[in-house]
Design a protein around this ligand. Structure first.
Ligand code: HEM
Length: 448
């Protein structure tokens, strides 16, 4: 067999320091994942890691990240986490390989078309107001749990607007158990997800319940043929270029994909925003001025968005400091090169929005919460600011998620001060999602 030909390879990627025998860099990644990854650019644009038996490259330079994410057939969705996620919930839009992706993405894109947003936003406004209606002055809430309940309610409503019980307990509970269960299962050793443990039984029960709910809804929607202007209606109306629609199983797969991709990410963004606002009273005061002027205490609506630029900048800056999917992977499908480095077929490559967003050469004083850095008209070069990824696999729900976050932040901050309980630093979980660990906050009703 001829030797692989790498015409432009010049360099050998540096290996990150601190590898242990057998474990390699897995120990450092488990102990202090974010600091470890953020420190890698000091060792090169492409840095080699050893994670037990797996070799992987971390792509540290924004231009190389751009190339990798835009050449999606050479650098396809893959890597151990994606492979496991495929096993658990199939070949939905987020996990399918590039070969199947174009058709799917074209079919699903109309569900997230700009014209659909005002309709979803109207449902968001209602659900955000309902989720916070029972809050009382002086209440102490678990912030991440409350934000997760809120984004669950919003997602359920936007998926199944016509389901009069969309907000009912079985839907929410099953969504919660399934989304968290998938995340946990991705980390389990092979076979452990089939053991008859209470957790596994609960997961399968919830999966059945969600499948049954979507099955019934699909049948209802198909029978009446009404467009409810929700995500499920658009999934059912989707056609490929040959006029073929998605099967019921594929619709279900997409529903679960949207739940998984949308609930935790937006909830984490909102939770971090409350910690950042609490630590930055000057920004919070300016936010209150914006909200008092525009909303005067009422819930935020879609038409308010152009008048809430500071709220939007706070969301952008929160996503910069705490991008929820903070480390993501690709697999090289052919022998190739990246930045002059040889990349053999089958190599796992990682990119980290967290790493890029904390580079001092890309964002001056990178650890500082400064929403006004987004006032400048110049947009960062592609590959620099990547909370939603880039290229063909860029988040399909980016405008949906940002709209939800801005409406929720505005509606809540207009009426409440959310003050995290002092004395304990809020720490991130150690998973592939950069979400805060549980923390409590006291709600104070704002009297204007
Ligand atoms: C603040 C909120 C959100 C953030 C930060 C976020 C982030 C991301 C990122 C980084 C990716 C790209 C992954 C990669 O490069 O491998 C992605 C993909 C995706 N996201 Fe989001 N997301 C958010 C909200 C949502 C929402 C609300 C939905 C749906 C309702 C959604 C659905 C998806 C889907 C389906 C994909 C896969 C797209 C594809 O491969 O074509 N996301 N998201």
């Amino acid at each position: 067999m001829p030797a692989p030909f790498f015409p432009t390879t010049r360099f050998t990627a540096a290996t990150a320091p601190g590898a242990l025998p057998l474990l390699g860099h897995a120990a450092a990644l488990l102990r202090r994942p974010h600091a470890f990854v953020a420190g890698l650019p000091a060792h090169g644009d492409l840095v080699r890691l050893r994670l037990g038996p797996l070799r992987a490259y971390v792509v540290c330079h924004p231009e190389l990240v751009r190339r990798m994410l835009t050449e999606d057939r050479v650098f396809d969705k893959g890597g151990p986490l994606v492979d496991k996620a495929r096993e658990v919930f199939g070949n939905g839009l987020a996990t399918c390989p590039a070969a199947a992706h174009r058709r799917r993405r074209r079919m699903l894109q109309p569900a997230f078309h700009r014209d659909r947003l005002p309709g979803y936003a109207a449902l968001m406004t209602e659900e955000i107001a309902a989720a916070t209606a029972s809050w009382r002055d002086g209440d102490v809430i678990d912030v991440p749990a409350a934000m997760y309940r809120l984004t669950t309610a919003v997602t359920a409503r936007c998926l199944f607007a016509a389901h009069e019980r969309a907000g009912s307990l079985p839907v929410h509970e099953s969504m919660d158990v399934v989304t968290r269960g998938v995340a946990r299962r991705v980390l389990l050793p092979p076979g452990a997800d089939r053991l008859p443990t209470p957790g596994n039984r609960r997961f399968r029960r919830a999966q059945r319940c969600l499948r049954e709910i979507t099955r019934r809804l699909i049948a209802d929607y198909r029978a009446t043929g009404t467009d409810h202007r929700d995500l499920l209606s658009t999934l059912l109306a989707a056609r490929d270029e040959d006029g073929r629609s998605l099967s019921d199983a594929e619709v279900h797969e997409q529903v679960v994909t949207f739940l998984l991709a949308g609930m935790e990410t937006t909830a984490a963004t909102l939770s971090w925003a409350w910690t950042l606002l609490a630590a930055n009273p000057a920004v919070r005061a300016r936010l209150h001025t914006e909200l008092d002027t525009v909303l005067d205490g009422r819930p935020a609506r879609h038409e308010d968005l152009p008048a809430l630029p500071l709220t939007a900048r706070i969301v952008s800056e929160t996503l910069r400091l705490y991008p929820p999917p903070w480390i993501l992977s690709r697999t090289a499908t052919a022998d190739t090169e990246l930045g002059g480095h040889r990349v053999p077929a089958g190599t796992t490559l990682l990119y980290s929005p967290y790493l890029l967003h904390r580079r001092a050469d890309l964002f001056p004083r990178p650890h500082r919460f400064d929403p006004d850095r987004w006032l400048t008209a110049a947009r960062p070069a592609p590959g620099v600011y990547t909370p939603f990824g880039l290229g063909a696999r860029r988040c399909i729900g980016d405008a949906f998620g940002t709209t939800e976050a801005v409406l929720a932040l505005a509606t809540i901050a207009a009426r409440w001060t959310v003050a995290p309980t002092p004395g304990r630093a809020v720490r991130p979980t150690r998973s592939s999602s950069l979400a805060p660990r549980p923390f409590t906050a006291t709600l104070t009703h704002r009297v204007r």
